[in-house]
Structure formats: C-alpha cells, structure tokens
Write a protein that binds this ligand. Structure first.
Ligand code: TTP
Ligand code: MG
Length: 412
C-alpha cells in the first residue's frame, strides 16, 4: 500500500519484521475484587480511591464493565457515581440498579499483577511493563504472523487460568499499533494487525485513539476538520510540525503506522540517587563525610551497573526542622569516575561544616548511555540554559538549588 513519499534521511516507510504484543487487563482493580469475592462477578463493581465504605468521599479508580453500562468511569467523584448506582446496602428501590463499592487495595492488586507478569515473562523475548496492568512484549523470535493470533490467545488463556482475569491483547509490528489494537476490542479482546495493514487499521479510528493525543489536541485538530487518524496521516507534516513541533512529527508518523521504538525492558533513568538519615541531627564532620562517601560509592556502583556516565553531581542536605538544601556541580563532560564523584560530593558538603544535619543524599544526573539510547545527553545538549560554557580543563562550579531531588533510596 502507499505510505506516501519517503523523505531523505527518514527511516523507510515500511513496517518492520517485529512482532509486538500489548497486553492490558480488563477493568483491572474491579476484576481483582470480583476474583476475591466471586459473588461480585457479573455485577456493577466500583473501586474508589480515597473511598471508605459507607461514605461518598473519593473518586472512581475503575469500574467493572457492568458498572460502566451505567456511565460510571474512572476519575468520576464517588458522590456522582452513587446517584446513578446507589450502594447495594443503601438503596430504597429493591428493583433498581445497585453498585458494589470497594476501596482501593493496592497490595492485593500488585500481587495479582505479579502473577500476570510471571505469565508474560514466560511468553516474551523482551518484556516492558508500563503500568500495573499493562505491558509490551517483543515476541519476534517466538512466533510468526501466521500463528500470531494463536499465540495471543495462549497468553490470554494462561493469564485467565493463573489469575481468573481477562486481558485484552493487541499484536502488531509496532508498539503504537499494538497498543491501539489491544484497546480496539475490549474486554477480552484479541486484535492482530499484520505488517502492511497498520495504516489501514488506524485510518478510520477517531483521532483521540492515537496514543499521545489528549483531549486538548483532539479538540484543536477537530476544529481543523481532522477527526480520524487517517485525516491526520493525510495532513502535510509541516503543518503539524509548525503547530506541535517534534511531537507533531511523531504523531504524524504514528498515524502513518510508523513507530520505530524498540521494546526495551525499561527506560533509562534520568538520575540516580541515594540518601540516608541520621538517627538524630549531627554536626560531626567526619560522621557526615563518611556517610556521604558511602552513599557516593553506592551511587557510583549503581551508575556503572546501569552503564551510565554522569555529568552532574549533586548533594542534598536536610537540616532541622526539615529544610532541604541541594547543591550541584557539572563536569565538562560525562564520566564514570567514582573518585571524582566522591571528591565532588565532599567538596559540596564543605560549606555545611558546623550545620546540624539530619539527612544527606548524593545524586548523579545528566546521564548518558554510550551503549544505548542517549536520551539524557540529548536533553542536556538541547537545553540552552544548561549548555556547558565552562572551559574544557576546569570543572565549572554550578552551585545552585535543584528543584527536585529524588526521594527514597535511589530513583530510576
Ligand atoms: P486502565 O487499564 O486504564 O483501566 P482498567 O484496567 O480499569 O480498564 P480497561 O478494561 O479499560 O483497561 O487502568 C488500570 C488500573 O489503573 C485500573 O483498574 C485502575 C487504575 N486507574 C486509576 O486508579 N485511575 C484512573 O484514572 C485510571 C484510568 C486507572
Ligand atoms: Mg486495563
């Protein structure tokens, strides 16, 4: 089929040979509740965040498909939901519709999700988990297009046997098309889009089915009579680029069935950090130095383990009552140099001598990954505020407050 002209330097406008599966569980939290309480199966179940039984506080996290028939949807206030679907225990009308409301129980849903992931791990060469109930699998080496539907069915069957849950599965040669496909026939769906059919499959779908288009963009586009993905694909890319920059170009390519993203186990971290609290605030310089040194070592190890080079080194100091101060310094280029990391962290600490310290942390950022995708490095280079104007021999002091320092133990 015609994919339009190929611009010099752009990737070939053909589908690749990859076979990508996207799996998304159906009304996940509600389905978990229906498993735990089989009496709820086939009934309108509403799972509320910030909800406690007997009250109407909170919002809908998700609703079973039975409840969705009454217009209940994610993010709706519980107090609105109960007007269409009164709680079973409180209704005056014995013949009217009733809802079964349950509070969110993340620990339980996480344990079910782990069971599902075990099935997915068995099925994939590469697995990328994107949320609690959603993952991409690269199965190129495991199956062929002629038997892909059967492969998808077997994934669905194994999830059902192991957890009782239904999943919707999309199979396509790109991540984007696989995601749209899994959403296309929910619940319990299985949609296979073969190479060469992607653009055709997407064309009639409403514009907001394109991943990356939110309600605002959809509205703006509809004002220009662009209401289907096919309409978007037919637009000159220059118009989209002018309106939306690089994002416009990506959306245009997706609409044409092009999405070169590989299924990667996870994204590269933007920063790596470790922090640690003292049992009580301390002014003892050597105690703080020792702690900082060991945190810096741990961060350096972690960076090596991730294959990351770092260009910015930062520390975080928490002083009583709970003041957070951060300092950072950028090097002229990305390094894997634990000694420099430790030395820099200690130098940054020097100004806090004599200050009572409750907690210390070390962070490396502006990461680059020479063996993989260099997202972080590219971001650094494209940000003029951060362009390195220092000399190449001297380390440039850039002591400034970071607006964010990742909490907890390390952030990836
Ligand atoms: P989704 O996969 O978006 O929704 P779902 O699994 O409930 O329904 P569908 O069959 O359409 O896939 O999200 C997964 C879980 O994430 C969902 O069960 C509850 C939670 N969630 C929220 O807490 N708030 C939200 O606004 C949404 C959309 C989901
Ligand atoms: Mg889901």
């Amino acid at each position: 089929m015609d994919h339009g002209p190929t611009l010099p330097g752009s990737p070939p406008l053909t589908d690749s040979d990859r076979i990508i599966v996207h799996v998304d569980l159906d009304c996940f939290y509600a389905a978990c509740e229906q498993q735990r309480e089989p009496d709820l199966q086939g009934k309108p179940v509403v799972v509320g965040m910030g909800y406690t039984p007997g009250d109407t506080a909170g919002a809908v996290a998700t609703a079973s498909y039975e409840a969705r028939e009454y217009g209940i949807e994610s993010a709706q206030p519980i107090r609105t939901a109960v007007t269409t679907l009164p709680p079973a225990a409180q209704t005056d009308d014995p013949d009217g519709p009733v809802g079964y409301y349950r509070p969110v129980d993340m620990e339980y849903y996480e344990s079910v999700a782990e069971e599902v992931r075990a099935v997915l791990r068995e099925s994939a060469d590469t697995l990328r988990v994107v949320s609690i109930d959603e993952a991409y699998l690269d199965v190129t080496e495991r199956t062929g297009w002629d038997v892909a539907a059967g492969f998808g069915r077997s994934i669905r069957d194994r999830i059902r046997r192991r957890t009782g849950l239904t999943a919707s599965v999309g199979i396509a040669p790109t991540m984007h098309a696989a995601k749209v496909a899994s959403d296309h026939d929910k619940p319990d769906g299985l949609v296979v889009v073969e190479p060469g059919e992607v653009r055709e499959f997407l064309a009639p779908l409403p514009i907001d089915d394109l991943h990356g288009i939110g309600p605002v963009t959809a509205e703006e586009l509809s004002e220009q009579d662009v209401t289907t993905i096919g309409d978007l694909a037919a637009m000159p890319v220059a118009v989209l680029e002018e309106q939306y920059g690089d994002r416009g170009r990506t959306l245009h390519r997706r609409a044409r069935g092009i999405d070169p993203r590989p299924v990667e186990p996870r994204g590269n971290p933007k920063s790596l950090s470790r922090e640690s609290a003292f049992s009580e605030p301390t002014t003892a310089t050597t105690t703080v130095q020792q702690r900082l040194r060991s945190l810096a070592e741990a961060v350096g190890d972690r960076a090596q383990h991730n294959g990351a080079l770092y260009q910015t080194i930062g520390i975080k100091i928490v002083t009583p009552p709970y003041e957070i101060q951060t300092r950072e310094r950028s090097l002229p280029g990305p390094v894997d140099a634990p000694d420099v990391l430790i030395e820099t962290a200690l130098e940054l600490l020097a100004e806090f001598e004599g200050t009572p310290i409750r907690k210390v942390g070390v962070r490396v950022s502006n990461l680059s990954f020479p063996d993989g995708e260099q997202t972080a490095l590219n971001e650094w280079q494209s940000d003029p505020k951060r362009a390195d104007t220092g000399t190449t021999t001297d380390r440039r002091d850039r002591q400034q407050t970071l607006d964010a320092f990742d909490p907890g133990t390390g952030s990836e």
